[in-house]
Every structure is written in C-alpha cells, then in structure tokens.
Ligand binder design. Sequence first.
Ligand code: IMP
Ligand code: MG
Length: 376
Amino acid sequence: MSYAVAVLGAMWGDEGKGHITHHLSKTFDWVIRFNGGANAGHTIYRDGVKYVHNLMPSFDWRKTDLKAFLGSGMVIDLEQLHKEVSLLWSHNTGYPSRVYVDPDAFVVLPEHKEEDKASNGHIGSTNRGIGPAYTARTARRGLRIRDRMRDADNNRDQHFIKEMQRMGVHFKSALEMRREMESASLLFEGAQGVLLDINHGIYPYVSCSDATIGGIYASGFAWARPEKVYGVAKCYTTKVGEGPFPTEIHGKEADELRQRGNEFGATTGRPRRVGWLDLPALDYACQKGGITHLILTKFDILDGMDRVKVCVAYDKPPVSSSDFFDAVPQYITVPGWEDSKDHDQLAPFVRQVERLTRCHVSYISAGTDTKDIVSW
Ligand code: IMP
Ligand code: MG
C-alpha cells in the first residue's frame, strides 16, 4: 500500500513550501504537484545555488530514484514546462526521464496569458494565464494536453511535447501510474495556499485552483488518501495582490520586515505585503484545508526582536471567508528570540500556535539550508 503525505501552503502562498518539500522529498519515491500552474514560485537552494520552480515539483533531483508527477488538476504552460525540463537536462541530472505529466491536465495557451494581462485589475494576478485557463476548463471549452497531442494540425504545443519526450519525459495519467504508485511513498506538494483556494480562500481575492486537500482528490488521487497533511506557515505573514489582510503592517516597520525576510515575489518580483502571524486565519486554514500538522518557517528573520506580536483572535471567529473583510484583530505579544536555533527561546511562540490551532507543530525552519529544518 502506498504511504502518502501532503504539504500545503496554509496562508497566502510563499510560506516556504518549496524548501520544505525539497527537504522531505529525500525520503519519498514520488513528489506530486496537483494544483495551480506557473503562478507558483517555489524557491529552493541546492548545493548553495538558488532555483525557482514554477511548474516542476520541488524534488531533490540528487536522489536518483525520486520521481516527479504533474497532476491533472494543474494548468500547464507547455512552453514554460519545456524550459524547466531543459534546465534539468542541461544539468545532466538524467532527471527528465523521471518526470511524468498527466495528459488530462489542461493547457495554458498564449491567449490565456494575454487575457490575464489585459483584464488584470484589483486581484493582482501573476499574469501566467491561470484564471483564463481554469475559466476555459469550467466553461467546457478548455484543451487538455491529450487534445493537443491528438490535434491534426501541427500546433506549437506538439513541438514542446515532442522535445520533452525526446528528453525522456513521460505523459501518463494518474490511473496509468496507480499500480506503480501504490507500492511507493508519495509526497503531494500544494501550490499557493488555503487562503488563495478558489472555494475556501478569501474570494474574490483568490487564485483559481484547489489548494486544499480537496485538490489531491480532484486530480485523480482519491485512492491515495494522504494520512498526514502538513500546513506550512511563516512565523509572520505575507501576501501578494490585493484583498483583506487583517494583521497587515505598514510604514517603516513593514519595510524593515520586508527587507529582513527578502519578501519580494519569486515569480513576479513584486514587494509582498507583510504583517504578523494571524492565528484565527491559520486555524480557519487548518480546518478548511484538512491540515493535521504544522510546519513553521523563517524564524531566523525575527531573530533579535525583544517581543513578537501575534494575533490570537478577531472580534468574532471567522466561519466564512467573508468574515475576513471586516475582522478586527486582537494581539498579544510573546517573548522574542535572540537565536532561532535555540528552541527554548521559541517555545512561548510555538505554544500559542499549537494552543489556538489545535495542530501539532512538527518541524520548524530557521534558514535556507536543509540543516535549518529541524523537528520540533
Ligand atoms: P493568479 O493565480 O495568477 O490568477 O493570481 C491570483 C492571486 O493569487 C493574486 O493575488 C496572486 O498574487 C496570488 N498568487 C497566485 N499564485 C501565488 C503564489 O504562488 N504565491 C503567492 N501568491 C500567489
Ligand atoms: Mg512562492
């Protein structure tokens, strides 16, 4: 029987999922992306070199028997995927032959990106064509990779598909892979975060995919049933794009936190909005996302702060995403930490998180190196 675990973004994305997934991937056979597209920017550091994966799962390709799967819940820009596969090829990793793509995934076409740019208003889309591609799917006029492969006319996607096949990439559905995967260990990697989920995020300031555990089921992996679902959150909060952000801070304090945390978008380079950890929002995300365990990241960024602010309640607990629009956050401060490597110093903060989310904190991360991720 397979053993399946999931890693989801618990907030508005950019929580450090890439770094965590990359680290955890070493003990799995497969890393599987199931939602979103090239709007994601998963930053990982490998042998001191920084990589940003947009479509490719955050696997550690140095583990030579690790395989990657891009699921049918994604929307895939084949030109972009071809670029990422070519990068692997140029690193001589042998990895392209360990990459599998579900041909039931829908494609992002150039016109979707154009449409995204033209209509981009207050949502602050990443302009990667994600919304228009999912809209086409829902309106039953979308095209799947499978359709592009079959097309009689020699379309541009066929060129990218053939090139990728030449490098070793497989195009196989989740069901075709089931037998092999059932005797393997699977790590599902979410993109974006629960608060950006199309159903449960803060609508309409959301992305268009399923960022909760539901996305795993929706992409044809109902049989895999992850038994542990990690939610990743920073020890403070960030957001790109507009929409309610109850614990947001402004001015000099915000600029300083943004600089310290290098909070600029991995995909778009935009400065991220920043604020304090929002526990009512995290609790909401755990419940809506199916999160069973937490992983907290970027503790090193707050090193040296005397006291740290945490939002522990709103004027009323959020039971719907609409409750975030007029939420009045209530804060406490807990003792800060001089050195995030010293767990005793972090304990008062972590205790508040566990108390108010009723989730166990399993790992914490305090730096960009793999050794900075430790069990709590
Ligand atoms: P879209 O997914 O490009 O349509 O963008 C919709 C909203 O989700 C915008 O506010 C984006 O900034 C946000 N968003 C999409 N993907 C990510 C991500 O990976 N990290 C953070 N925000 C994201
Ligand atoms: Mg990101």
